[in-house]
Design a protein around this ligand. Structure first.
Ligand code: SAM
Length: 238
């Protein structure tokens, strides 16, 4: 299957870096496709504006629902996931990324994710309302964290990278995913990863923990599990 990302944006050039490294390879091998939809192509001459002043007054400009809808409709098909990037949305998590990657579902069917990048003060609220009323589209409002960016483009990059690496075949070594932070372990718990070390064994006076040099795999597993629990408790539950 191919996971198709369609990105509605006024800045398609933000997405050029997606052609490099593993995401570039994933596109070449057909595991994912990335297509930008230039919102300005759906606006009118001479200014090609995609925004207007807010009803009720106030600072800034608001993105017009009619222009957004024409751009979205150009790539919408039944079963699409339609994702509005917004700081007031649901916080992006590994579970949501898994849902977007479709990992548990039918691997033979292509999936379509449309990422809508806001700018200015964000979207006319009727755009989400309109698509939430459509029965064959799954609408999400996603925030990548409790802070405000200039636009949704960086948030879309985050979603594409976090989702794509979960698709079988995208990572060189699928084992890399198994013990990664935020993955669910065999007991259904979300653990952060244990600390990793590589050569040199002595770095400016700091030694690698002895157990990792012992060659005792059972002890190494046990130590890593303990460390993962310690870090998880300190970071996620404090
Ligand atoms: N007026 C909006 C508010 O207070 O919620 C902020 C608008 S922000 C300046 C412009 C656009 O950047 C948003 O429409 C959204 O697409 C994007 N954006 C900003 N912060 C974001 C975040 N934390 N997560 C996802 N998208 C974000």
């Amino acid at each position: 299957m191919t996971l198709h990302f369609n990105i509605v944006t006024i800045f398609p050039e933000y997405f050029v870096p997606l052609d490099i490294s593993l995401l570039g390879k994933a596109q070449t091998s057909g595991l994912i496709s990335i297509n930008t939809v230039n919102l300005r192509e759906f606006a009118s001459a001479p200014h090609y504006s995609v925004d207007d002043t807010p009803y009720g007054g106030g600072a800034g400009m608001v993105m017009r629902a009619d222009i957004l809808a024409d751009a979205i409709d150009s790539v919408l098909r039944s079963g699409s996931k339609l994702v509005f990037l917004t700081p007031s949305g649901q916080k992006l998590t590994q579970r949501i990324c898994e849902e977007f990657a479709n990992v548990q579902e039918n691997q033979d069917v292509d999936s379509n994710i449309i990422l809508v990048c806001g700018r200015f003060e964000g979207f006319d609220a009727r755009i989400q309302e309109y698509y939430k009323a459509q029965t064959d589209v799954d609408v999400f409002e996603i925030s990548i964290g409790d802070y405000v960016l200039f636009g949704g483009e960086v948030a879309a990059l985050v979603v594409i990278e976090a989702v794509s690496r979960l698709i079988p075949g995208v990572l060189g070594n699928p084992q890399s995913l198994v013990e990664e932070s935020h993955q669910l372990n065999s007991e259904g718990h979300e653990l952060l990863e244990y600390p990793n070390y590589t050569r040199p064994a002595n770095f400016r006076g700091l030694e690698v923990p002895n157990v990792l040099l012992s060659g005792n795999h059972a002890k190494i597993l046990e130590w890593r599990h303990e460390q993962a629990i310690k870090i998880t408790n300190a970071v996620l539950f404090n």
